[in-house]
Design a protein around this ligand. Structure first.
Ligand code: PMP
Length: 360
């Protein structure tokens, strides 16, 4: 097989070790005679897989006992609705930080259920940064404060945790969960679609403080009630079993590699390979504010956009795939999640240099 490096923002690269293990276990999981895909979600084999995945995630992220971990479906986008439906708890307003495309989607959905107060926005500089908290207008009466801690499209990552006092803090961590340690106890709710740093699409992880659940908006569908999923250990209906199995393998691998602190060191190294190069050249530029440069999603542009198509064509022919920027912003984007090997980033940097040399 030719060596390719997949820089897609998601669904994204998965660890080779995990794919090979899944391949080996595909027809017969641990002598059960069955594929994980064929197992009853209530049978003892799958129950052990689910329990193992949850325990390993709890250990990796240091999730306190007063938080529930939910394995859901519907993508991070479904959380845009579930969050107001479950967390308004009798209030009619919520605070949202607007740092880009995913924040905007979360805001639009929440506006169907409550009055949204946008605490601050980075629209003034084309969503290239995250406003610091001294520029936020927090409402002490808000039911919760929502932010997108890594904007996948703009490549804007927040390296600090907002202080919201008694108002629960909610984070969309879809595109940087597990890339570094976070203090879960600072959050009311953390959510992430799996298809970037966790596993296959179809699984969504929600980590929620137990005291926040149980009071939904009237008319909330059963399937959108966190309490129903919490009380049934994510087995109210059939959960995304195969996705949970793969996520479990990813969690085990991250533990074996030294956990999230070890991942953070590697992720800093990988991201710096790219950013250092962009800082040293005029041929490419990186639009994101220095203090918010994402370690996972790195947008960049060519000074001469007439070369974009040629750049992508040559990159593709070298096995450097999915470097085209999001359709809403154009340019390029390299997503370098945990599973992107350091050689992949080094190969990309070598290609960037060569393309520059051949075109100046
Ligand atoms: N939030 C963020 C930060 C994302 O990057 C994405 C997907 N790219 C979403 C939400 C939406 O996720 P999903 O496709 O799982 O609904």
């Amino acid at each position: 097989m030719t060596q390719i490096y997949n820089f897609s923002a998601g669904p994204a690269v998965l660890p080779k070790e995990v794919l090979l293990q899944a391949q080996a276990e595909m027809p017969d999981w641990h002598g059960s005679g069955m594929s994980v895909m064929e197992m009853s979600h209530r049978g003892k084999e799958f129950m052990s897989i689910a329990a193992g995945a949850e325990a390993d995630l709890r250990e990796l992220m240091g999730i306190p006992a007063n938080y529930k971990v939910l394995f859901l479906q519907g993508g991070a986008s479904m959380q845009f609705s579930m969050i107001p439906m479950n967390l308004l708890r009798g209030k009619n307003k919520a605070d949202y930080l607007n740092t880009g495309e995913w924040s905007k989607k979360a805001i639009q959905e929440a506006q169907k259920y409550c009055k949204v107060n946008v605490v601050a926005s980075s629209a003034d500089r084309n969503f290239s940064y995250a406003p610091m908290q001294d520029q936020w207008q927090l409402d002490p009466e808000a039911a919760y404060v929502h932010h997108t801690s890594n904007e996948t499209i703009g490549g804007v990552e927040m390296f600090w945790t907002p202080q919201t006092g008694d108002v629960p803090l909610v984070a969309d961590m879809s595109s940087h969960i597990l890339s570094r340690p976070v203090d879960v106890s600072k959050f009311g709710l953390i959510y992430a679609g799996a298809q970037k740093n966790i596993g296959p699409a179809g699984l969504t992880i929600v980590i929620v403080r137990k005291d926040l659940i149980g009071e939904t908006l009237p008319g909330t569908p059963t399937m959108l009630d966190y309490k129903i999923h919490a009380d049934n250990d994510s087995m109210y209906n059939t959960p995304p079993t195969y996705g949970m199995y793969i996520a479990g393998l990813v969690f085990k691998l991250l533990k074996a590699k030294g956990g999230l602190a070890a991942m953070e060191k590697i992720n800093i190294r990988k991201a710096n390979l790219l950013y250092d190069y962009f800082d040293a050249t005029d041929f490419y530029s990186c639009p994101t504010a220095r203090e918010n440069r994402s370690r996972m999603n790195i947008p960049f542009t060519l000074k001469n956009p007439a070369l974009d198509d040629e750049f992508l064509k040559q990159a593709q022919s070298r096995g450097l795939l999915q470097l085209k920027g999001h359709r809403s912003v154009g340019g390029m984007r390299a997503s370098i999640y945990n599973a992107m090997p350091e050689e992949g980033v080094a190969t990309l940097v070598a290609f960037l240099k060569e393309f520059e040399k051949n075109n100046t």
